[in-house]
Design a protein around this ligand. Structure first.
Ligand code: PRT
Ligand code: ZN
Length: 289
């Protein structure tokens, strides 16, 4: 079988850099990037990782300089590069939001009419205004959008928002969300057309998918009086076939299962009614189906 090396571009420094590396490591990829050199080969997979600025990633993938890239979905919405999105990666979450000064009397979308909106995302804002039938002026800035109202050059801003602390620090408040965004894996169009026949790419995607599905699950084990075992099994459900029990003493058993993160606390509360003890919760690294 012919082995082709896949090239993947990730952000060198910035908000997506750490999340990208964590994903790659959890996928079992072994590489060293002490000084974050530009190109880093993987020891145990035919993959080369290219560390670049986030602004360059879409272009590199589009032109085929690299095969894959990890970047914010906001870039796809804004620049519409000719690439294919393969996976949502569950980190780098933020929203593109319209915000106004705290003391502004703008409180509805309609009131944006004829106002000036400062943003680094002019295409996204234009499309949103068009969809909502609003005519406003767009002032494109490359950064520090949040200070535009204080400088008197805009009435409104449209910027990425995650914790909201930048808004607070600049006496702004959110008005409306334009879209939600998270990090995504994108592929060059020619490469993505060969997913089925490209064994390396399929293997890499399987690794990423197994990490992503595991992120929503927890491993839970507990000691439970044997008396309540069958009732507990009914409540737990768990992933198909994943409830295991082993008798630990005459009247108790150790029960182990995998449950979704959102059911964790509710389930633990219910189990407490059965007199369970020694509850251990640990992350699930991969789910390979
Ligand atoms: O150096 P390089 O060009 O690679 O990086 P960059 O500085 O241009 O980008 P970077 O690292 O800031 O953002 C990369 C990607 O991270 C973005 O394209 C988004 O997909 C994602 N992301 C997630 C964010 C945020 N959250 C975010 N909060 N990008 C920017 N911000 C900024 C926002 O513009 C605002 O200035 O953070 C500020 C608001 O944050 P909060 O937490 O105060 O609300
Ligand atoms: Zn950038």
């Amino acid at each position: 079988m012919k082995t082709t090396t896949i090239k993947l571009a990730v952000q060198k420094d910035g908000r997506l850099a750490e999340g990208s590396l964590v994903l790659l490591r959890k996928a079992g990829l072994d590489f060293e990037c002490y000084t974050r050199q530009l190109l880093c080969p993987c020891r145990n997979f035919p993959l080369e990782i290219l560390f670049v600025r986030d602004d360059d990633i879409a272009g590199y993938v589009e032109s085929g300089v690299v095969d894959l890239g990890i970047l914010g979905q906001n870039i796809l919405y804004e620049s519409r590069p000719q690439v294919r999105k393969l996976l949502n990666l569950q980190f780098g979450r933020c929203s593109l939001s319209l915000s106004v000064p705290k003391d502004s009397n703008i409180s509805t979308l309609k009131e944006l009419s004829n106002k000036t909106i400062a943003t680094s995302y002019p295409n996204s804002v234009r499309a949103y205004l068009g969809k909502n039938d609003i005519e406003a002026n767009i002032l494109t800035l490359s950064g520090s959008v949040e200070i535009a109202p204080a400088l008197g050059i805009a009435d409104v801003i449209a910027d990425l928002l995650s914790s909201g602390s930048t808004l607070k620090m600049n006496d702004l408040k959110p008005l409306q969300t334009i879209y939600e965004s998270e990090a995504v894996l994108i592929a060059n169009r020619n490469l993505s057309a060969t997913v089925d026949s490209n064994a390396q790419l399929r293997a890499l995607l399987l690794r990423f998918e197994s990490v992503l599905s595991a992120a929503n699950y927890k491993n839970v084990s507990m000691e439970i009086p044997i008396l309540y075992l069958s009732k507990a099994r009914k409540i737990l459900g768990g992933i198909k076939g994943s409830i295991r029990t082993a008798q630990s003493s005459r009247d108790t058993a150790v029960l182990q299962t995998v449950i979704t993160q959102d059911r964790l606390w509710e389930t633990v509360e219910k189990m407490k009614a059965f007199g369970v003890s020694n509850i251990f919760v640990s992350p699930v690294e991969n789910i390979i189906s």
